[in-house]
Design a protein around this ligand. Sequence first.
Ligand code: BGC
Length: 392
Amino acid sequence: MRSLPGLAGVALFALGAGTAAASGQTGQAAGRALAQAAGQRSPVFGRAEHLRHGVNTALWFAQSPADYTVNRLQTFTTDRDLQLIASLGFDHIRLSIDPVPLTEWQQGRPEGKAFVAELDRVVQVALVNKLAVVLDIHPESSYKQKLLQGEAGVADFDSLWKAFASHFAQADAALVFFELMNEPEQSDRYRWQGIEAGAIAAIRSVDTVHTLIAGGAHWSGLSDLLNMEPFADTNVIYTFHDYDPFPFTHQGATWAGSELIPLREVPYPATPDGVAKNLSQEPTLAGALFVEAFAMSHWDADRIDRTLAFAERWGQQYGVPVYCGEFGVFRRYADPAARQRWLHDMRVAMDRHRIGWSMWDYQTDFGVVRKTGTGVEVDRGVVEALGLKAEK
Ligand code: BGC
């Protein structure tokens, strides 16, 4: 949500797969050793090739704590939706999952068991449709806060991952991925990397084959990625989220800063003249300054490209694949043409920098479709902006 940019440099660097972990090297030294090793390519890059053009199936198995009944799970996003996602040309879904019902499943409670049974079914339907699946643990903030201090929340998180990875240990490892946690909201990046290392160890105690996805602290933005050091485990893809520039992508949003709430029809690309009308939408000086900074920011295709190049460079520096798990525009108040242009510029830059991506999201406020009472309307402009097959 409150983040910056994702996946990089798949073909450009060669790796000595497995050697760092085997030799006990960690972090930067391991990454550099891997990046310097010549003539081999880590298998993780082959796995990353299955995550090139995806979409987030949001607010389905996550962010709907009031209703995870099987009836809602089976009707909110359906098998037909998954077929449509595949037919549009997406190669994967990023399936966000609330850890609370998973904990209920761990405890053997009926509602948790029903939730996981439905999750199993959905993963099978996705695979039948040749969609890879990122199983993304996507908690509410209250769950993340338990990880900020002490060991109890961390122990629960490790235990959850051990159980969850065990459950999916037989799933096709070419197509099923484990993402440790969406936007962890952790302020201490060292502590967060330690928590991730612990979760990786918990998973590896029961599953040595699946590819993991790990992101940086805070909101897993681009700068959080750039401040990360890779883990010794070589079967990890590194993720970031990119919603820059926020005054454009989150115009009118109520959950990411008060200065965003009054904004309407914010232009992209940003020019001082184009943004002038948005200055008058802000009731406070702080809001006006926020818009003034955006007016002078020169956000356009070139800036997006230069920014995303840093994700690719980080991946090259460490010899690891990088993935943008979320990018998108809140559509309620955005000019459709400007939204399509930003999505286009992002997609072109990510493809150019060999960054696999997953757009936020399939059908909610940032969606690629609108669900009506009677059917599903595909936003063809968005599909074209993503370089996919709008004719379907
Ligand atoms: C959050 C969503 C939010 C989106 C865009 C996601 O990470 O989980 O609630 O709509 O970011 O802000």
